[in-house]
Design a protein around this ligand. Structure first.
Ligand code: SAH
Ligand code: SF4
Ligand code: F3S
Length: 436
């Protein structure tokens, strides 16, 4: 096979972006090249997300448009991967007649075979069962970037009452350390200087196995060429003292933690089944800030959870005022099929939820404006990752605390760790210049 082109449409989280890279590598081995143009593609690939209803609706409406590209009802082949593949496997062919191949996150390697079978027989193919090992072992995503992600665990064993991920991604399985280290080494050989270790809950890495998460971090630190290590996501209930100490002792582990609080009311947190109180959460933030100088703490927050009152919401604002997050992702609660929260009483109307969303967002904006302006004039260590994206000339990079900085320079700076003096605030990002 040669000369085949595929068009990939990504949705969803870091894990999905990472999976997209693996899909691209798998297809490259079968002779496919990527194209930005769906009209010239032989294969259209949607890597889908089910986390909120909106995410799924986007996929269905895009499928409607893509179906019109099919000539005589045949090409291009349309394949649907990602979380909707597992969640919607019993209904997808009925609801989306233009889809030819459905493959789950654990079945990416079978994609070329499924496409071939479909092309040969015209029979729609589906493979969306969970595997009992991690999917990435021995896979080369062919990444050549300065900053790259490395998957360390798949699935999730928690039961947050709103969340669909345990159903779409299956039980938590940790990737063996050797496999993670092999990928990190390969990345470093190709010029990667910063790896972000990703999993739904990195702090529970290695459950029942040989290495726990702090031990894994220490192994990744020894990979030659890797100058910076990040990780996400940290579940507050599993972030313990050994990790805090490991961060405090390390020069390579960046002082940044993404630790979603979700809500500030203990009643809501308990209904969410999160396993901590607001006080416990804030204690962990305080401990981190004390032990790891300059640490940035970011979070996910949800408004409009069933039964959330105005008082509950005020407690979310209070947590924000105390934690002073360095970044947040904010969401309206979206009922997901089969989750506990979808059946809870006390539906919060869209209007009320949206008003809370705006108020939380405004508070965060004010907190960030103050934080970022206090950084003006300071010198930061920035790893230049590439040309400025969507922001005109120059290049961009991140501080150790994960703030995005734009500054003047050309391709010669990419991959270098630089001293940058912060000169201005640009929305949620920073502008700076090389310190001379
Ligand atoms: N494993 C990670 C994140 C998983 S999903 C963790 O536990 O932190 C990313 C974020 O999406 C969650 O942190 C949550 O804030 C949000 N989310 C998950 N399910 C949702 C739902 N049903 N409605 C709205 N937001 C949701
Ligand atoms: Fe979902 Fe909770 Fe697991 Fe995160 S920890 S993926 S929110 S169930
Ligand atoms: Fe990620 Fe969405 Fe699945 S957030 S794990 S792609 S449901």
């Amino acid at each position: 096979m040669s000369g085949l082109k595929f068009h990939l449409v990504p949705f969803g989280c870091q894990m999905n972006i990472y999976d997209s890279q693996k899909m691209e590598a798998i297809l490259a081995k079968s002779g496919y090249r990527r194209t930005g143009c769906p009209e010239e593609a032989d294969l259209i690939l949607l890597n889908t997300c089910s986390i909120r209803e909106k995410a799924e609706n986007k996929v269905f409406s895009m499928l409607g448009r893509l179906g019109e590209l099919k000539k005589n009802g045949a090409e291009p082949v349309i394949a649907l991967g990602g979380c909707m593949a597992t969640l919607r496997k019993d209904e997808i062919f009925r609801r989306a007649p233009m889809v030819d191949v459905v493959f789950g996150p654990d079945n990416m390697e079978n994609l070329p075979r499924l496409i071939e079978e479909f092309t040969a027989t015209g029979a729609r193919r589906i493979d969306a069962e969970f595997a009992d090992h991690t999917v990435w072992d021995g896979m080369d995503a062919g990444q050549t970037a300065v900053c790259a992600h490395v998957g360390i665990a798949k699935g999730c064993d928690n039961h947050c009452s709103y969340c669909i991920v345990p159903r779409t991604r299956g039980p938590e399985i940790s990737r063996p350390p050797e496999s993670i280290l092999a990928e990190a080494r390969l990345l470093a050989e190709k010029g990667c200087a910063e790896v972000t270790l990703i999993g739904q809950n990195v702090n529970s890495y290695g459950k029942g196995g040989s290495a726990d998460f702090p031990a894994l971090l220490k192994m990744v630190e020894k990979v030659p060429g890797i100058r910076r290590i990040r990780f996400m996501t940290s579940h507050p209930k599993d972030l313990g003292e050994p990790l805090v100490q490991t961060m405090a002792d390390s020069k390579k582990i960046c002082p940044a933690v993404h630790m979603p609080v979700q809500a500030g009311s203990n009643r809501v947190l308990s209904a969410m089944n999160r396993g901590y109180t607001a006080e416990e959460y804030l204690e962990k933030v305080a401990r981190l800030r004390k032990a790891v100088p300059g640490v940035s703490v970011s979070s996910d927050l949800m408004v409009g959870f069933p039964g959330e009152t105005e008082e509950d919401f005020q407690e979310t604002l209070n947590v924000m005022k105390t934690a002073l997050f360095d970044g947040i992702f904010l969401f309206n609660h979206s009922p997901r099929p089969g989750t506990k929260s979808a059946d809870l009483p006390g539906l919060v109307t869209r209007e009320v939820s949206q008003s809370r969303f705006y108020r939380a967002n405004a508070l965060h904006k004010a907190i960030m404006a103050e934080k970022l302006s206090s950084m003006v004039g300071t010198e930061q260590e920035v790893l230049c990752e590439g040309p400025a994206v969507g922001g005109g000339d120059g290049v961009q990079g991140r501080t150790r605390g994960n703030h995005l900085v734009f500054f003047d320079g050309g391709p010669e700076l990419v991959g270098q760790t630089l001293k940058i003096t912060i000169t201005r605030v640009l929305g949620y990002n920073l502008g700076g210049k090389t310190t001379v």
